[in-house]
Design a protein around this ligand. Structure first.
Ligand SMILES: Cc1ncc(COP(=O)(O)O)c(C=O)c1O
Length: 383
């Protein structure tokens, strides 16, 4: 009899199963809940993208691809990004692209390439759930940058956390769980801080397309990539094109780092699915602005319904809001989550995204009628 327990690594002790799963299990037991817990768009993959994947399968594009990703997709990404951030991107340039199995794989590869025991990684608090857990995988320590109450990870908040052990800072704008988008000025300050301290910036921009009019500046998405090419940008197709199950993303950054991440990819994920990479080329030409407009309108509904009853950092991107549980209620985020369950509304308690338990996350990627009903129920709980 093998004692599995005795075989498990120390790093697993530091890792926790995702709390979101507990929420999903509860949802499965509820009868038609108003579900504000889902972190994915409520639209299906656009037809031309589906067609491209089907055509790729039919044309026999079913084998492995090169580890770095098919050249057509790499050049399409370079062609889209270069004008936006001003970097020269390609195999012979200072910066290059690696196609990843979703942004999650991009994060994992970056952590594996850069983090090890004794290293510190600065992450925002509140954070996307993977940031601290993946640090545990590589044996590094996550340092939490407290961004309450406005959920803005600024240079002034990051600076005191940098030590000689800091390897990189993870930035996420538009942010999950807050939907907050940082300004160009804030991003420039962070870039300058990281460069002056020799710390790499890893910018998770998975919600880049879901940045509303008031999150953009002169219509342009604010990215730290506009200020330097000495950083790693991670983006994905999951949210933008409703392709969460297709597993496609990419990393763009210094060629030396991309080469090392590609090496790790070769022995782990191997390659993103062949037909999905071909569909990715078509996805990059697909206009999702109508969906973004719809989410912007839903955001307005959220701010209107909840802004007056509690503290809420105004979301200008993604499809999340992260309201505080009004302190006068004397409830933790988890207790409020349970009260909302009694009203048949499913939110996610803030402690899943934070060292604090004072807020809750709603995903407003749901139809208007449900959104209105759910918001009214939440507002009445908080009044
Ligand atoms: C901020 C953030 N980064 C990364 C991911 C992972 O996305 P992917 O499906 O591309 O792995 C998510 C998914 O929720 C996210 O919210």
């Amino acid at each position: 009899m093998i004692d599995i327990e005795a075989l498990l690594t120390d790093r697993l002790q530091a890792m926790e199963p995702s709390g979101i799963r507990r929420v999903f299990e509860m949802a499965a037991k509820m009868k038609e809940p108003i579900n504000f817990s889902i972190g994915q768009p409520d639209f299906d993959v656009p037809e031309p993208i589906k067609r491209a994947a089907i055509d790729a399968i039919s044309a026999g594009r079913n084998g492995y691809t090169v580890t770095q990703g098919i050249p057509e997709l790499r050049s399409a990404i370079a062609a889209k990004l270069s004008p936006e951030i001003g970097w020269e991107i390609g195999p012979n340039a200072e910066c290059d692209v690696l196609i990843t199995n979703g942004t999650s794989a991009g994060l994992m590869l970056a952590y594996l390439a850069l983090g090890q025991k004794g290293d510190e990684i600065i992450i925002p608090d509140p954070y996307f759930v993977s940031y601290p857990q993946v640090a545990a995988v590589v044996g590094a320590t996550a340092k939490y940058c407290d961004t309450y109450p406005d959920c803005r990870m600024t240079a002034a908040r990051i600076e005191p956390l940098i030590t000689e052990r800091t390897k990189f800072v993870v930035l996420n704008s538009p942010g999950n769980p807050s939907g907050v988008v940082l300004s160009s000025d804030e991003l420039r300050d962070i870039v300058e801080l990281c460069e002056s301290r020799g710390v790499l910036l890893v910018s998770d921009e998975i919600y880049d397309e879901f940045t509303y009019g008031d999150g953009r500046e002169s219509g342009v998405f604010p990215t730290p990539g506009r200020f330097s090419n000495q950083l790693l940008i991670l983006r994905g197709f999951s949210k933008t094109y409703g392709m969460t199950g297709w597993r496609l993303g990419f990393a763009v950054g210094p060629t030396r780092l991309i080469r090392e991440m590609t090496k790790v990819n070769q022995y782990s994920f191997v390659c993103a699915p062949n037909m999905v990479q071909h569909a990715g080329v078509v996805a990059l030409q697909t206009d999702v602005s109508a969906h973004v407009k719809a989410y912007e309108r839903k955001r307005d509904m959220v701010v209107e319904a909840l802004g007056g009853v509690t503290e809420l950092a105004r979301p200008t991107g993604a499809f999340y809001a992260f309201p505080q549980v009004p302190p006068r209620l004397g409830l933790t985020g988890d207790e409020f989550f349970r009260k909302a369950l009694d009203k048949n509304v499913l939110v996610i308690p803030g402690n899943i995204f934070s060292t604090r338990d004072t807020h809750f996350r709603i995903s407003y990627a749901v139809d208007d009628a449900r959104l209105a009903r759910g918001l009214e129920a939440l507002a009445s709980l908080m009044r």
